[in-house]
Design a protein around this ligand. Structure first.
Ligand code: FES
Length: 136
């Protein structure tokens, strides 16, 4: 089943706050409760993030599951504040990106700063240089 169609790849408006570059990635009304949303900053899948809304608050994590380097976290199953990768079931805390089950190893999802302003979602832009070489 194709899943790549929902990638929103484009140049997003940016602004710098306290030395951090934020991108205005979507409207707040497009991020639904307990449903992930994928945003792609470039063709490189490591430049994807996943936005979640829990209890009205938005959270932003890297979209790449470290188990098999799959860009599917936005498609994960969300329950009890955790998101479970739809491919093999690795689970992470949405608020922190931390691994929720030690049996699956110690790898976490990167967490990015996010806020809402005037009906839009702004996220900290991923830094491609901060992404480990083994994942490129
Ligand atoms: S790729 Fe996510 S659990 Fe395997």
């Amino acid at each position: 089943m194709p899943y790549i169609d929902d990638i929103e790849e484009s140049k997003f408006p940016e602004k710098e706050i306290g030395g951090v570059v934020y991108a205005r990635v979507c409207r707040s009304e497009d991020v639904f409760e307990r449903q992930g949303k994928r945003i792609a900053f470039a063709e490189d899948i490591d430049m994807q993030i996943a936005i979640f809304r829990l209890g009205g608050k938005v959270h932003c994590l890297h979209n790449i599951c470290p188990h098999r380097h799959a860009d599917r976290m936005h498609d994960g199953i969300i329950r009890n504040g955790e998101v479970t990768c739809p491919l093999h079931g690795w689970t992470y805390f949405i608020e922190s990106g931390e691994n929720a089950d030690p049996r699956q190893g110690r790898k976490n999802l990167a967490k990015y700063a996010v806020f809402e302003e005037d009906g839009y979602v702004w996220v900290e832009k991923p830094d491609i240089k901060a992404i480990p070489k083994w994942r490129r």
